[in-house]
Design a protein around this ligand. Structure first.
Ligand SMILES: Cc1cc2nc3c(=O)[nH]c(=O)nc-3n(C[C@H](O)[C@H](O)[C@H](O)COP(=O)(O)OP(=O)(O)OC[C@H]3O[C@@H](n4cnc5c(N)ncnc54)[C@H](O)[C@@H]3O)c2cc1C
Length: 307
């Protein structure tokens, strides 16, 4: 427990909780909570919260938690729950504007309805626009940052700034500031430039991509998508399968039988420690048997549970 209490805050319109669980806010449905959990009413309300949060408190934005493992001992400081089903979407001056809390599939459908192409890949990414910006999420040849024209961020002192791609160094599932630092700010909105397309073609492509996912990924079970980044010129799933780890389990966590780069929490009894132990085991066996060091794509945050 930390020393911040609700009396530190005035004029908030969102929901403020202390020592709150977060498992239901992650797609693995596992793991610990946070000292402070804030669900802002909107961008301005988040700014009001950050301005009053003591500066020594760490801030961790969480979108739909579809790429995050929160250790069982939880996260110190404040977690901001960014997912906002009512988040703004608009088209203006040839750009698609999306607030960070909008779910990626919703952005993909919105873009298709407005004849904006190449956003279809976002339809199968079960995170938020903010999470996609933070991860440079991508698939089937598309990557989030290929389409960013500019974006809005909220700095730790509660002031907004507008940035452009030249302020960042972007790579495969990697986003740093141009000087190499971690972004360290909350992404609150982005303007995307998508090429003009036929609306029907875009909708058809979305349907095709979703069907492909259903056929190849264990979407019916709690998971966090691909656990490991693909090493150059190879696929993590192929390597994991080649060393015989499909179906291997530790506690409630299991390497998916359907897609070896997915870890599933099939009966929802996995702890974050089970999942992390399985990640470490897979890395160890793959390194021993193939010489390849797999790097996690999922973000592992927080502290282990006290023994
Ligand atoms: C079934 C399934 C399929 C998937 N398929 C893909 C795929 O094809 N391609 C792919 O790239 N990923 C895929 N993923 C992983 C995941 O959906 C993406 O990484 C997604 O972009 C994460 O978004 P999120 O909102 O859930 O982020 P979270 O997991 O909530 O957060 C991820 C990281 O982003 C940071 N973050 C979140 N929101 C913000 C914000 N507003 N400002 C600043 N930082 C922020 C968090 O602090 C954390 O470090 C898949 C996941 C699942 C479960």
């Amino acid at each position: 427990m930390n020393i911040v209490e609700s009396k530190h805050f005035n004029g908030l319109r969102g929901t403020l909780e202390f020592d709150a669980p977060l498992a239901k806010h992650t797609s693995w449905r596992a793991g610990g909570g946070a000292d402070i959990v804030y669900t802002p009413a909107d961008r301005d309300d988040l700014a009001v919260f950050l301005r009053q949060l003591p500066i020594f408190e760490q801030v961790t934005p969480l979108g739909l938690g579809s790429n995050t493992l929160i250790r069982d001992g939880g996260v110190r400081g404040a977690v901001i729950l960014m997912h906002d089903p009512g988040g703004a979407l608009a088209v203006a001056d040839g750009l698609v504007y999306a607030e960070a809390g909008v779910a990626c599939p919703k952005l993909a459908r919105f873009a298709a309805q407005h004849g904006c192409g190449e956003a279809e890949f976002l339809a199968g990414i079960p995170g938020t626009v903010g999470g996609a910006l933070a991860m440079n999420a991508g698939c089937y040849g598309g990557e989030t940052w290929s389409y960013v024209a500019r974006m809005e961020v909220l700095q730790r002192d509660g002031t907004f700034a507008v940035r452009t791609p030249k302020d960042y160094s972007i790579g495969y599932r990697s986003v740093r500031r141009a000087d190499g630092r971690a972004p360290g700010e909350v992404f609150t909105a982005a303007w995307f430039r998508f090429p003009v397309t036929d609306k029907g073609d875009a909708r058809k492509k979305i349907r095709e991509l979703l069907a492909r996912r259903l056929a190849t990924q264990p979407l019916e079970l709690p998971n966090a998508g691909s656990v490991f980044r693909n090493p150059p010129g190879d696929h993590a799933a192929r390597l994991i399968e080649s060393v015989g780890l499909k179906g291997y389990a530790i506690g409630g966590a299991r390497v998916s039988e359907k897609h070896a780069n997915f870890i599933v929490n099939a009966d929802r009894r996995a702890t974050a420690a089970d999942i992390e132990a399985l990640i470490v085991h897979v890395q160890k066996i793959v390194a021993e048997k193939t010489g390849v060091n797999l790097e996690p794509e999922v973000k592992i945050i927080g502290e282990a549970a006290a023994a």
